[in-house]
Design a protein around this ligand. Structure first.
Ligand SMILES: Nc1ncnc2c1ncn2[C@@H]1O[C@H](COP(=O)(O)OP(=O)(O)O)[C@@H](O)[C@H]1O
Ligand SMILES: [Mg+2]
Length: 314
């Protein structure tokens, strides 16, 4: 089942205020049973239905909540050795960042708890990822609707000073009624000023400066710009991301030049030429009256607005 309205955050504690003592441990008591997970088995009230994704760190299953009689997605990190503090810290960060965010285009964390020795994060179950969806034709109007929602999600995260650092089609989940949600804050960081950060993110959508270990809000802007370019042109530009860009003529077809410029600006290889953050990016999008050329047959503009942004982040 899928929620169509924003669900309230169940851990309504500001991330920064989280007591340090409440540290998560990934590894359970050795005495505790940590049964190997497999499709068909029960984890408390959840019955594992299907493996949806398997990263290096966690496995995501679709599951049935046998009490509420609805389907959910369970993200379950693999068990790690007890001295794997890095993983536990990463997991704690991911959970608390996701719990602190409440926005209609960010996947809501419904619950996070230990079940039978496994750490389980519970989310609404989506239909597929944007990556899967891009394999099929998509109407321009739908694409533009997604673009607004995706930009709104990133603006909201930046407003809360959260850098995502891994924006790519696999981390957007689609729901009925053309709803799309950003997820996977596994690499996210709370921005607290300048500090050295290691290079992470996914090659392909990663900004050049992020690949050099210096991600900023502008790096998320770049990744989002690249995803949008891919959605509208069918092609993914590669480093050094300069003209001539692949399928540029296809991208422009039926789109307002102002909107094309907005995309180009978002994915400029030079960070300082981009929007400073998702908020500025979303505000600029809101100012474009029509994303398509008036009267063009390529679809109508969305009525969904990115709303809410009046503030700018630092
Ligand atoms: N709520 C969901 N509904 C449907 N599929 C999901 C959901 N969450 C994750 N997935 C699937 O699992 C994959 C991995 O999930 P993600 O949170 O991105 O974890 P990872 O850190 O392993 O990348 C996603 O790319 C998607 O295919
Ligand atoms: Mg992911």
């Amino acid at each position: 089942m899928v929620g169509t309205s924003p669900s309230p955050c169940e851990f309504d504690v500001p991330f920064e205020a989280t007591p340090v003592t409440a540290r998560l441990k990934l590894v359970m008591d050795p005495g505790e049973s940590t049964r190997r997970l497999r499709v068909g088995m029960r984890l408390d009230k959840y019955r594992l239905v299907k493996k949806l994704g398997e990263g290096g760190f966690a496995t995501v299953y679709s599951a049935h909540d046998t009490i509420e009689d609805r389907d959910v997605a369970l993200k379950i990190p693999e068990s790690h050795s007890s001295d794997d503090h890095q993983s536990a810290d990463d997991l704690q960060r991911e959970v608390r960042i996701m719990a602190s965010l409440s926005h209609e285009s960010i996947l809501p964390l419904k619950d996070a708890r230990y079940i039978d020795g496994h750490f389980v994060m519970v989310f609404p179950l989506g239909e597929e990822t944007l990556h899967d969806r891009l394999g099929r034709r998509m109407a321009r109007a739908t694409t533009l609707d997604y673009v607004r929602q995706m930009t709104s999600a990133v603006a909201y995260a930046h407003e809360r000073r959260v850098l995502h650092r891994d924006i790519k089609p696999e981390n957007f989940i689609l729901f009925p009624n053309s709803k799309i949600c950003l997820t996977d804050f596994g690499l996210a960081r709370i921005e607290r000023g300048r500090h050295a950060v290691s290079a992470s993110g996914t090659l392909g959508y990663i900004a050049p400066e992020q690949a050099m270990g210096k991600p900023t809000y502008r790096s998320d802007v770049f990744s989002l710009g690249l995803v949008i370019y891919r959605m509208l042109s069918g092609s993914l530009p590669e480093y050094p991301f300069e003209a001539p860009l692949p399928s540029y003529a296809k991208l422009r077809r039926g789109l307002n030049q102002e909107f094309v410029d907005w995309i180009r600006k978002s994915m400029d290889p030079k960070p300082l030429k981009r929007f400073r953050d998702g908020v500025a990016m979303a505000n600029a999008l809101d100012r474009i009256k029509s994303l398509t050329v008036p009267g063009s047959a390529t679809g109508t503009t969305s009525t969904r607005s990115t709303r809410h942004r009046t503030r700018r982040v630092a």
